[in-house]
Design a protein around this ligand. Structure first.
Ligand code: DX5
Ligand code: ZN
Length: 218
């Protein structure tokens, strides 16, 4: 894999100005835009759905990386694909039919990702590694931005890097990534870093936003 990619999570952006926030983050060096979809059921928070992703699409020139923290997930795959997601990531823990879910994501013409909660072992994704383009290791319990990084997940990141081997699969880390924790996750083998608060803190898209500085510090 080439250099590490930074995927700012708009969960920490200005909710009244998502289009401008995405454009500002990309103009200042974001490689992807990470969109956290929450349903108030799989996780204890609610964010946005396919209509918001569709509205955002024209403002994202890079990759729209959509993290689905919803259960059930299958009934919504088509809608998020039509909304323009480039990657749809579903959770191992979201239901009993992960294999079917990943098949459905790829059948919808979208790259497929699989995410693991902190209590889920790396082995849970071994049977589906040939069906995914991305594995996402959660380094916080999903649901909220601004939580502390769980160092207990570092061995799992390294284990997944070994399991992935030379397959063309991104290893993404999500939660509590900042200037202090980023070197630890990249050393463990991650190549995509999601960062919400560490990127969007200190500004709004309307004011001179320090996003470039924040991204370079990660
Ligand atoms: C948590 C989300 C993360 C979150 C990261 O449920 O999946 O993407 O926004 O936010 P920070 O970087 O603030 O931990
Ligand atoms: Zn996320």
């Amino acid at each position: 894999m080439s250099r590490v990619k930074i995927a700012p999570s708009i969960l920490a952006a200005d909710f009244a100005d998502f289009g401008a926030e995405c454009r500002a983050a990309e103009a200042q060096g974001a490689d992807w835009i990470h969109v956290d979809v929450m349903d108030g059921h799989f996780v204890p928070n609610i964010t946005f759905g396919p209509a918001m992703c569709k509205a955002l699409r024209p403002h994202v020139a890079t990759v729209m990386d959509v993290h689905l923290m919803i259960a059930p997930v299958d009934p919504f795959i088509e809608a998020f694909a039509e909304a323009g997601a480039d990657i749809l990531t579903a959770h191992v823990e979201a239901g009993p039919h992960l294999h079917r879910t990943l098949q459905a994501i790829r059948a919808a013409g979208v790259k497929a990702g699989v995410a693991l909660n902190p209590a889920t072992p790396a082995a849970a994704v071994a049977p589906v590694l040939d069906m995914v383009d991305l594995v996402c290791v959660m380094t916080v319990n999903p649901g909220f931005g601004g939580q502390s990084f769980l160092s207990s997940q570092l061995p799992k990141i390294a284990e997944l890097r070994r399991m992935i081997g030379d397959r063309p699969i991104h290893l993404e880390v999500d939660g509590g990534v900042d200037a202090a924790t980023a070197p630890r996750v990249t050393e463990a083998g991650a190549d995509v870093l999601v960062a919400g608060s560490a990127v969007f803190r200190g500004g709004s898209a309307a004011a001179p936003a320090p996003y470039g500085e924040n991204i370079r510090a990660i």
